[in-house]
Design a protein around this ligand. Structure first.
Ligand SMILES: *[C@@H]1O[C@H](CO)[C@@H](O)[C@H](O)[C@H]1NC(C)=O
Ligand SMILES: *[C@@H]1O[C@H](CO)[C@@H](O)[C@H](O)[C@H]1NC(C)=O
Ligand SMILES: [Ca+2]
Ligand SMILES: [Ca+2]
Length: 675
């Protein structure tokens, strides 16, 4: 069942196909201009062309034509081997109007598929009439390089038996030849231009003479000798391939031309068959075909150019010759959309990556891929970049802008590198990125000491600044700005006050005893979004100050210990002094318990040991002379304090000048730096 169904289906398909084939070739040849009536002279007795049919086959099929005549055989149809036209000729006629004065010629044209068309031509025979050429058909020969324009080639002669005036017409084969013309009334054929320009060696002129009723046609063949040789381009290949990275101005091809004629001046020219502008290329007088300066080739836009070349010698043009110029795909670099990108991030730890620079990269090559890299400059090794997408970017090191450890702005060069495309030669593009690294409040305000002791004395009036605490914060901007505040549980804490700038001043007149210590907890709080706090202890000691020490010496506000070299010199002096003291003590001990050396020395007159010598002799010396009272501060001393606080209270010896703020009587601090 299924088998017979498919057989039916196949049969139908074959049937439909054959119908289609039949239909597609069933269109018969087509006449243009039939039916028509012609005239022929009764006296015509030669084979002569009466009419040229215009027949075409719409399908392009080959076809043949034949005639049937209602009476006799005075007509025939012949296919012109030169032009492939079908022509009605007379066929050795001997007309007699008394027998027949008209004929019906039936023309049938049949194509290769047997489709045919029929047309009828009516022929009238004119009594006692005929037109006859007396000198056609014939062939004339001309020397092309010597024949000027308007030169007579031939004078056509024809006679009309009934004495009518004849008119001459001409058609040219091949029809492209334009070098000849005929004078309608005289039948004189002349040149329209110098024949050196003519490239057709043999031309057939179909000359027609008519009296208005009868038309007769004969051939005049013109052959040329000594013709100009059409110049040639001899070396043009049909294709040539050039790289799309070819620079503007490069010669792509140099034309060679040939012309055997002596003194020929050849001019080459080109045009582009494809739509591209001809200004893309140039051709110089030496035949150098170049990519125009400033122009480039782009495989992605145009893969080939069809270029047509001609060469002209002033008379004839050789060509066109076609060159197919193929553009070879080259690997072109990737490129960034912008020349500068911007990103910002907080300072952060190695490995953190939060920047999205938004790089836009393109590559003209189909299927191109690329990776991202940092060009090694401007400390780029501190940063990371995602190599496949360019984002995120981050830090390769612990990035810290505190104390200007690392810059808060970096300009880096970013590269894209493609995969080498079809050539394997990797190409890269570049851009720059400005990275702003923001400070994070990650440093506490730090006091220069964990505790401070400063002094007030009887000369200090309310408002007097007693000293200042040194605070540092390694951050920047508002993260490094801080405010001091103080709290205290001491009874007299209202006597002194700590300014927001961390200076300490006397707030009111002191109403307690010398030696009273007021203790504060001082805090410095920075202005970070999440504020950080540093803490220290401040002791303010009220003490009696000597009466004779005030001078008007001008001192500068110079902080000796803020300089490292000063600290070093100072430490050296301190160590030397200690060694000296130890040595003296040793001498003393030696003198007291058993050595005669010091006494000898004493005898020798070394005054410095005189006391020691005395000790050797007498144990009942006044004790006050060598009494040393140690200083016992209530709080641990800072290194600086230990040299600044010199004991003076037990003996009635005037106090030594301490290293401390030297003040004017009006209370202006002359030294309020390091304490
Ligand atoms: C180049 O142009 C000429 C003229 O139009 C044409 O005959 C030829 O086929 C073209 N060649 C190609 C490859 O397109
Ligand atoms: C390095 O930084 C400077 C500015 O600080 C910039 O002008 C320069 O182009 C940068 N170099 C590279 C290779 O990116
Ligand atoms: Ca910071
Ligand atoms: Ca801070």
């Amino acid at each position: 069942m299924a088998e017979s169904f498919s057989t039916v289906l196949v049969s139908i398909v074959i049937l439909v196909t054959s119908i289609f084939v039949r239909v597609s070739h069933s269109v018969a040849p087509l006449f243009t201009g039939l039916p028509i009536s012609l005239s022929v002279g009764e006296n015509e007795n030669t084979n002569r062309i009466l009419y040229t049919l215009t027949v075409t086959d719409p399908n392009g099929d080959s076809f043949t034509c034949s005639v049937t005549i209602d009476t006799g055989s005075f007509f025939q149809i012949i296919r012109d081997p030169e032009t492939a036209e079908w022509k009605i000729w007379t066929n050795s006629p001997s007309f007699n109007v008394n027998t027949a004065n008209s004929y019906n010629i039936t023309v049938t044209c049949t194509d290769a598929y047997s489709a045919s068309t029929t047309g009828i031509i009516y022929v009238n025979v004119l009594a006692g009439d005929a037109i006859k050429f007396s000198n056609l058909p014939t062939t004339v020969s001309k020397t092309a390089l010597n024949t000027e324009a308007s030169t007579q080639i031939f004078d056509v002669n024809a006679v009309d038996d009934s004495g009518d005036i004849l008119t001459y017409y001409m058609t040219v084969s091949p029809s492209t030849v334009t070098s000849f013309q005929i004078d309608a009334s005289t039948g004189i054929v002349t040149t329209t231009r110098e024949l050196k320009y003519e490239t057709q060696g043999t031309t057939t002129l179909l000359i027609r003479a008519t009296d208005g009723r009868i038309n007769v046609t004969e051939k005049l063949v013109v052959t040329l000798t000594n013709m100009n040789t059409v110049p040639m381009i001899t070396n043009l290949p049909t294709t040539k391939t050039v790289s799309e990275s070819t620079a503007g101005g490069t010669t792509l091809f140099t034309l060679s031309t040939y012309d055997p004629d002596s003194g020929a001046t050849k001019t080459t020219a080109f045009s582009l068959v494809s739509a591209a502008s001809a200004s893309h290329f140039t051709l110089d007088s030496n035949g150098n075909f170049k990519l125009a300066t400033g122009k480039s080739l782009d495989y992605e836009t145009t893969t080939f150019y069809n270029v047509s070349f001609t060469v002209n010698d002033g008379m004839a043009t050789g060509g066109p010759y076609f060159l197919l110029l193929y553009v070879e795909n080259d690997n072109e670099p990737c490129s960034f959309g912008n020349t500068m990108y911007y990103a910002s991030t907080d300072e952060g730890a190695a490995g953190s990556a939060s920047m999205s620079p938004g790089f836009k990269v393109s590559d003209p090559d189909a299927g191109a891929t690329w990776t991202y890299h940092l060009y090694n400059a401007n400390n780029s090794d501190r940063f990371t970049i995602d190599s496949s997408t360019g984002s995120p970017m981050g830090f390769a090191v612990n990035y810290d802008v505190d104390n200007n450890a690392m810059p808060s702005k970096a300009i880096l060069t970013v590269l894209c590198k493609d995969n080498g495309g079809t050539t394997g030669v990797i190409k890269s593009g570049s851009t720059q990125i400005t990275i702003t690294i923001n400070d994070v409040n990650d440093n506490y305000p730090t006091f220069s000491a964990s505790s401070y002791t400063i002094y007030a004395d009887q000369y200090d009036d309310p408002g007097t600044v007693l000293g200042s605490l040194t605070v540092t914060d390694a951050d920047s901007g508002s993260n490094a700005l801080f405010t001091c505040t103080a709290t205290s549980t001491s009874t007299n804490s209202a006597t002194y006050s700590v300014n927001s700038d961390c200076s300490i001043y006397l707030a009111k007149t002191i109403s307690f005893d010398y030696g009273t210590i007021v203790t504060y907890i001082v805090k410095a709080v920075d202005q970070g979004t999440t504020p950080l706090t540093g803490t220290t202890t401040l002791n303010v000691v009220y003490r009696l100050y000597g009466t004779t020490t005030v001078t008007t010496t001008t001192t500068t506000q110079y902080n000796f210990f803020s300089r490292a070299e000063n600290i070093a010199v100072f430490s050296l002096l301190l160590i030397t002094a200690l060694v000296l003291i130890a040595f003296l003590l040793y001498i003393c001990v030696e003198c007291c318990w058993g050595s005669l050396y010091c006494c000898n020395a004493c005898n020798g007159g070394y005054k410095v040991f005189s006391r020691g010598c005395e000790c050797c002799r007498s144990v009942n010396r006044p004790s006050s002379l060598r009494k040393v009272i140690p200083h016992t501060p209530e709080t641990p001393l800072t290194p600086a304090q230990s040299i600044k606080s010199i004991p003076y209270k037990e003996d009635n010896i005037p106090p030594p000048q301490p290293y401390r703020s030297i003040r004017y009587h009006n209370g202006t601090p002359a030294h309020n730096g390091w304490l």
